[in-house]
Design a protein around this ligand. Structure first.
Ligand code: RIB
Ligand code: CA
Length: 320
């Protein structure tokens, strides 16, 4: 039986690659996309989610609209310099004829998790605001999800949106801290693994040549802008596979390895805002006064190592 998933997404070029991966994976059943602000505005992430499904011919998959801003902070405006003004590499596709459903993202998540108890994996690829709002509205969903597997965070490496924070966490640190503290099975695919793997320009050319599907043409066109940012900004040959790495984990978790750590997120404004802080130590250490912020927090499955070759091979096989 395919794994039932709901992808919470801020497309976003690497989100688009992750959605393409999911739609091309028989191991996964996409119950819906829920949209969130992040790489660009909620209006654009929602439009892009609808466009991707329409181009893929998957009008059977609902799109539910989520939060337009963080829990207690203004939306920072997004990163058009990474994903393009339209969020899809300035491909400026015509507006999709598809419409989002009336149900909000929060209510869609709650409804589906209650309809399929212990079967659904929530896959947040953007800020964790929708996850936090769903938990606040229906705390019982923590006992009903199969797992939550996120793209976000940086345990033992620097941030990417600031020296401290990874973009999804830094966008809404309060939401992230709440979500990492919920009693649900959770896996973090963060920069510790996603910045150790590259899709090279040669790989990208191979992906484009592999399929003339409308979806592959759109994603590859959008990818050009994202690749240019990565090669010029990060001075690397290729791009990080942040969001597709999460879908690869769902299909083959053996490519990754890591450890279990209680996590906190810095929510105080200042140098360390948005930093994900893992607790390292045994129960003795946990009794020390300085360990108090981590006491009573569930351990999150934090991925720290990845087999780069197997990851790139798997991702390329699903970008069709
Ligand atoms: O830090 C990378 C993450 O932030 C990815 O999910 C990217 O799409 C952006 O949302
Ligand atoms: Ca994303």
């Amino acid at each position: 039986m395919p794994q039932k998933i709901i992808i919470d997404t801020d497309p976003g070029v690497d989100d688009a690659m992750a959605i393409q991966f999911a739609l091309n994976s028989p191991e996964l059943e996409v119950l819906g996309l829920t949209t969130i602000y992040g790489n660009v505005s909620l209006e654009l992430t929602t439009a892009n989610a609808l466009t991707l499904l329409e181009v893929a011919g998957r009008t059977d998959i609902p799109v539910a609209i989520g939060a337009a801003k963080p829990l207690n902070r203004p939306f920072g405006g997004g990163v058009a310099f990474v994903h393009g003004d339209d969020g899809l590499g300035n491909t400026f596709r015509p507006k999709s004829s598809l419409k989002a459903i009336d149900l909000s993202a929060i209510d869609f998540i709650i409804e589906q998790v209650k309809k399929y108890p212990n079967e659904i994996t929530l896959v947040p690829l953007g800020p964790l605001t929708n996850m936090a709002l769903a938990l606040q509205k229906a705390p019982e969903i923590a006992e009903l999800v199969k797992e939550v597997v996120i793209m976000g965070g940086n345990a033992f490496v620097p941030g990417n949106a600031s020296p401290s924070g990874e973009a999804n966490i830094l966008n809404d640190p309060e939401a992230a801290d709440l979500v990492f503290g919920a009693n649900w099975p959770m896996t973090m695919i963060g920069l510790d693994v996603t910045e150790s793997t590259l899709l090279t320009s040669k790989d990208a050319k191979e992906v484009r040549a592999a399929s003339d599907s409308e979806l592959n043409k759109l994603v590859c066109d959008a990818y050009v802008f994202y690749e240019n940012f990565n090669t010029t900004n990060n001075k690397i040959d290729g791009s990080f596979l942040h969001d597709p790495s999460v879908l690869a984990y769902l299909v083959n978790p053996t490519i990754f390895s890591g450890g279990k750590y209680p996590l906190r997120v810095e929510t105080q404004d200042g140098l360390s805002l948005g930093k994900t802080w893992p607790f390292i130590g045994d129960d003795d250490v946990l009794t020390r006064p300085a360990s108090a912020p981590w006491r009573g927090r569930p351990a999150v499955n934090v991925m720290l190592e990845v087999d780069n070759e197997r990851l790139v091979k798997l991702v390329m096989s699903r970008l069709r």
